[in-house]
Design a protein around this ligand. Structure first.
Ligand code: MRU
Length: 349
């Protein structure tokens, strides 16, 4: 796994970002040198997946602020505030974006009386630490998930919650990738994940590269493979977990959770504590991003919906906590999640 491609990488004078919109056909990197290009990269899903968006935003602030170090301290901090507010408008659902930007804001405030150079160094260190936190969280999530899963199981996943969406091992894919290194092998069914095919293009790409046995199905096949007894457990990532344990993830996750309940299959949500938002009381309070109609009408070039027909394109849905067997975090497993149990894990030292 050490050779795995990083979705976002700090290069001191620029941020190297893998353009995930081009996968699996092309492995191409962008060199990002300002906040506006990072905003576009997040919005257009060149960098995507909740933790990776947070990492990208942290580096987006750091790289933008390099350009303002020679300005007055007042100007520098004004620009810092504007940059943080601007990047926060890129996507609304994944809370890691706001979590990371809050860390950057706190650092800016802490070093407000220091020179711009000192503050800049601290901002860059904070962004690097956000990446380190997410990387370690992925390993802990994998370790915790492996205590719930058995060698030889067949797992179903939706969207992409692997190294491309995070740092290194991923969240939902961490037990598969970490397991592979330890000769614990899983078979994986990857929902293709309409409309942007993160499952087919990204999950299948990274699991295949790691030598994990992966089979792509279209989203509407999940019920059938469950009924056929092919699936032992479902494991997916999350973009925001509300204080009561309701979890937002890629559109279609809710349907998978309902299907899993019907077929008595454990349904696991995997995510770092940075994805739990104690300020969002329930799933109903999670802002759901709506994306352009073109993603559905002509997603990959060919028009598949007649001109002039209305389209509804929410990018995420919410799984109510009653349907979640456990939330697997870096700080522990929250079985049968509810408000109290979520708070216990979040507040644990
Ligand atoms: O729109 P995307 O591709 O950013 O959506 C990503 C997901 O929904 C992932 O499942 C989620 O961010 C978890 S990533 C560890």
């Amino acid at each position: 796994m050490s050779g795995m491609i990083k979705p976002v990488e700090w290069k001191e004078t620029y941020v190297k970002v893998l353009d995930q919109t081009l996968l699996p056909e092309e492995v191409k990197f962008m060199e990002i040198r300002d906040a506006q290009v990072m905003w576009d990269a997040i919005k257009m899903l060149c960098v995507r997946g909740a933790p990776a968006i947070g990492v990208g935003a942290g580096y987006g602030v750091a790289i933008e602020m390099q350009k303002h170090v020679k300005e007055s301290t007042t100007e520098y901090h004004k620009k810092l505030k504007e940059t943080i507010e601007y990047l926060a408008t890129s996507r609304p659902t994944a809370v890691n974006l706001f979590w990371a930007l809050d860390r950057m804001k706190e650092t800016g405030e802490k070093y407000a009386d220091e020179s711009n150079e000192v503050c800049q160094k601290a901002l860059e260190e904070t962004a690097i630490n956000i990446e380190k936190y997410e990387e370690n969280a992925c390993i802990s999530i994998g370790e915790n998930a492996l205590t719930l899963l058995k060698d030889g199981m067949t797992l179903l996943t939706h969207c992409n919650a692997g190294g491309l969406a995070t740092v290194h091992y991923g969240t939902a894919l961490s037990p598969m990738l970490l397991g592979k290194e330890r000769n614990i092998n899983f078979k994986v069914y990857a929902d293709e994940t309409r409309p942007l095919l993160q499952g087919a293009r990204l999950t299948a790409w990274e699991l295949n590269q790691a030598g994990v046995d992966v089979t792509v199905i279209t989203d509407n096949m999940a019920g059938m493979v469950m009924k056929q007894g092919k699936i032992d457990a479902v494991i997916v990532g999350c973009d925001r977990v509300a204080a009561n344990g309701d979890a937002a993830n890629k559109i279609g996750t809710y349907s998978v959770a309902v299907l899993a309940k019907h077929h008595n299959i454990p349904f696991y949500i995997a995510g770092p504590v940075s994805t739990i938002d104690m300020n969002t009381p329930t799933g109903d309070d999670i802002p759901i991003e709506e994306r352009s109609a073109e993603e559905i009408t002509c997603g990959f070039g060919k028009r598949t919906v007649p001109e002039g027909v209305k389209v509804y394109n929410p990018a995420f849905d919410v799984v109510p906590h009653e349907l979640i067997t456990a939330i697997i975090t870096d700080k522990g497993i929250i079985a049968n999640p509810d408000k109290e149990k979520v708070a216990q894990v979040v507040n644990a030292k």
